[in-house]
Design a protein around this ligand. Sequence first.
Ligand SMILES: [Fe+2]
Ligand SMILES: [Fe+2]
Length: 488
Amino acid sequence: MIRDRPLILLAEDEPLEQRMLQTLLSDQGYATIVAESGQQAIVQAIRHRPDLVVLDLYLPDMTGMAALREIRAFGALARIRIIVLSGYVEAEISRQARRAGADAVISKGPSPTGELLREIRKFLPLRSVAKPSVSATPAAPAVLAPPASRGILPRGAAGKMLGRFLELRPLPLLAEEILKASTDPRSDVKKFAGILSQEKTLAARILTLAHSAFPSSSPAAARGPMQNLGREVARLGIPGVRDPALALLLVDQHRKASGAGADVTLDRAALWRHSLACAVLARDLAAASGGDAARTRTLFLAGLLHDAGKAVLDDVLPEEYPPVLARAAKDGIPLHVAEQEAFGIDHAEASRQLLIRWQLPGPVVEAVGLHHMPVKDLLKKSGEILSVVGLLQVADALVKASLTCDSGERILAEAPHALALAGRLGLDAEKIRTVLGHLDLQVQNLTLAMRLHDEAAVPTDPVSPSDKAAKTKIPRGLPAGGRLKRAR
Ligand SMILES: [Fe+2]
Ligand SMILES: [Fe+2]
């Protein structure tokens, strides 16, 4: 990962210490990010691949030693230098920390900065002291030693990191409240509407998505401006609002890359454009093939979320994923095949695990996980699973073809395998042509209504650790003094 300044992760929960260390290090020309707990430190280490971690031995949720062991257990993080800071450095503590993988152990003592800086400079020498520039001219590159070369991930490492990352990364505050309310038997429509009413702009986007899960001909899909939140929730039902709400919050959390910049990054705007088109098309194909409301809604959500795993892999493997994207494009091989070869898992599996973490409905999770299943295997299945996964695959293939074609006729010619699969699912070319005829306009309208075109509508990720200040920012769209509080 090319950076203009070495990146240091400070795992320290004391605000004063954090500020002191950040000032000291940025003054020396280092970039810093902060983690206030052991779990945050592990997530940040995976997402940002810092060059060095300064790890306090006493963190609120786990010992620094446990965090150290866990970071060292990920092969992909082996090159990160780790300096452990301890109140008292006894020989035994020092031995344990070094055995666990610490590169140095330093006493906090009354004035730890001199020794800490010496150790840091030893591991991350600077060509010159490059103070952050206050002028418009960016600071000159300061790294003397180039970052360690990218290693090939040990077998199983990607899956392990993905699992731990999904487990530790907090969900947005509103998602936590929605999930809590939906498992509380005392929750009713009023309580649910109350939760959504905390953020009106977001609630309007959620309701737009909830109505869109119905086929365009359905009365539930047609709605004007939001009048009464309680009435809307009652009309759609709690699951009918809960699932689209979670889906939208998931999309928002993955609209921006969370890691530090890599050489080639996933085009997230294109990813979500493709996903929204798949959602609309899968929904309408389901309706055209005679599917009931439950199937059309499952397909809408599955279409929207089927490729979310690409964004997660991009977050978890910021150094390893871009070359895989580049290789798939250069060699013309399907991305999921290139992912399997490189990591032993693909984005369909990453999406499946992500959706389980967000507690989305089982049929949606299953369809998403199977969206790259070979057609010959899929055709051995029957019933709902064949219909749902088959329609999702048809929609995915047609949307991909529509990127290069401009008419329904040419799209069908471009994707003969999709047409053959559709035939097995009760859809003839005429029906598909009719659905494709409405696709563009619907996707455009939904993009605008959901503000998916609008970068400013992306809320600040509450765990985005780009710097300490990010955590205190009020997410865009929240009323001043936003009322959401993270449950601790
Ligand atoms: Fe995919
Ligand atoms: Fe796709």
